[in-house]
Design a protein. Structure first.
Length: 65
């Protein structure tokens, strides 16, 4: 999901998206630890997506302050 799509979401949807991504990252880490993960690059992609969501949330917070 790109940043433009994230900016169209509401704050609640962004928080939900962050939770989903964090849960996915947790699962990916477990799969990696048990050597079941085939696409290890997905961990980095998930971390980047979380960072994008947090960035958009922070931008809104600063804009409203």
């Amino acid at each position: 999901m790109n940043t433009k799509d994230l900016r169209d979401l509401s704050a609640e949807e962004l928080s939900t998206k962050e939770g989903e991504l964090r849960h996915e990252l947790l699962n990916l880490r477990f799969q990696h630890a048990t050597r079941q993960l085939e696409n290890t690059a997905r961990i980095q992609v998930a971390r980047r997506e979380i960072a994008c969501v947090l960035t958009v949330l922070r931008e809104r917070e600063l804009k409203n302050a």
